[in-house]
Design a protein around this ligand. Structure first.
Ligand code: GLA
Length: 395
């Protein structure tokens, strides 16, 4: 095996320059689970396998969440030939064993590393071992690489391209998630390198919905101006979801809805082995997921902000629109939606709402109530919650 890997490594160096990133893996934003938000460093083989089981039993896999990803803290250094070795206490049967198990459940397996000598939590990084690590991942059956930055001192575009070329040269389709925390404005250069890129700092469970840096609202606010960079094959990543960990039900609903409006990757961060009924209902709301996964692949936009309420629209395939009002405040807010004041054209999709000329039918994503845009709509939206509908033209 070693000899095979070393030969493959040499061949990759010879042939691997500027390989294309794997196509077709990110036609819509990726959906799955990642260990970091809930488990942090307290993660092991048993939890990963139980998570895979729970994703099948709960219906998450069938709702579209197909990647099961371990984050930081999995390695134990390198062997005498420089190959990564996993922590044998956390992962006694090795990484391939877990990947095989996840595959046997009809899902895909993801791993984490960083472009520095060490990962952010101080484990073995990939700097100087890119092709060797890519071959190792392909050999283990890895389908997804989250590649962090962690304070590396090197050229970011070059470093990310190098790892991207390395994984592409293995011939295994591997989703490539660029995760530099938005530090190097990857939206300006990563379109052809990775399948998604982080846009901002970590979403922090402890900051909740409206805390300081890293709260849901803070991360949402830092997506301003980025929608033009995302699209099928290359997505803005405002970080993984914290639904079902610490926030209230309405905050979870609002967080999930807004990430769908952003066409964000839907990477679950909670313990899916222990989910409340409401967490399941939020994460498996097929109307919300359909907005995120819409094949037009155009991120939503904020068109109005007043009195603590934000009005967001996302153009959808076939002339539909997703429309969300986010209540940022903690109090219930009353508002009247006068459709005629929401007539606008979106320069990216080239779609126009034309509420002055057209009547849309709508279905509320959460309550399933139906209505149309003939008359103004009176609403009372609870604090830290959303009103969200899908608008379709009358057929
Ligand atoms: C960084 C990333 C997080 C997580 C940790 C792991 O902070 O942004 O998502 O991967 O590293 O150490």
């Amino acid at each position: 095996m070693r000899r095979f890997l070393l030969t493959a490594l040499a061949l990759s160096f010879a042939a691997g320059a500027f390989a294309q990133k794997s196509p077709g893996l990110a036609d819509t934003p990726q959906m799955g689970w990642n260990s970091w938000h809930f488990f942090n460093s307290n993660i092991n083989e048993r939890i990963v396998m139980e998570t895979a089981d729970a994703m099948v039993e709960s219906g998450l896999r069938d709702a579209g969440y197909i990647y099961v990803c371990i984050d930081d803290c999995w390695s134990q250094g390198r062997d005498s030939l420089g190959f990564l070795v996993c922590d044998s206490t956390r992962y006694p049967h090795g990484i391939k064993y877990m990947a095989d198990y996840v595959h046997s459940k009809g899902m895909k397996f993801g791993i984490y590393n960083a472009a520095n000598f060490k990962t952010c939590a101080g484990f073995e990084g990939s700097y100087g071992h890119e092709y060797q690590d890519a071959i190792t991942y392909a050999d283990w059956g890895v389908d997804y690489l989250k590649y962090d930055w962690c304070g590396a001192v090197r050229n970011p575009m070059g470093a990310y391209r190098l790892m991207g070329d390395a994984i592409a040269s293995t011939g295994r389709p591997i989703f490539y998630s660029i995760a530099d925390g938005g530090e190097h404005e990857p939206w300006l250069w990563a379109k052809d390198i990775g399948h998604s890129w982080r846009t901002y700092t970590d979403l922090l469970v402890a900051e909740g919905f409206d805390g300081g840096t890293g709260s849901v609202l803070d991360c949402l606010d830092h997506q301003e101006g980025l929608r033009k960079y995302a699209g099928p094959g290359h997505w803005n990543d405002p970080d993984m979801l914290t639904v079902g960990i610490k926030m209230s039900e309405n905050e979870d609903r609002a967080h999930f809805t807004m990430w769908c409006m952003l066409a964000a990757p839907l990477m679950l961060g909670n313990d899916v082995r222990n989910m409340s009924k409401s967490t399941k209902e939020i994460l498996m709301n097929s109307d919300a997921i359909a907005i995120d996964q819409d094949s037009l692949g155009i991120q939503g936009m904020k068109v109005r902000s007043e009195n603590g309420l934000e009005y967001w629209f996302k153009p959808l395939k076939g002339g539909d629109w997703a429309f969300t009002i986010l209540n940022r405040s903690t109090e219930t807010k009353k508002t009247i939606v006068d459709w005629n004041t929401l007539v606008f054209s979106d320069p990216i999709s080239r779609m126009s709402t034309e509420f002055d000329r057209k009547v849309y039918e709508y279905t509320d994503i959460w309550t399933k109530k139906k209505g149309n845009t003939k008359k103004a709509l009176k609403l009372a939206i609870p604090g830290h919650d959303v009103f969200a509908v899908r608008l379709s033209l009358k057929k």
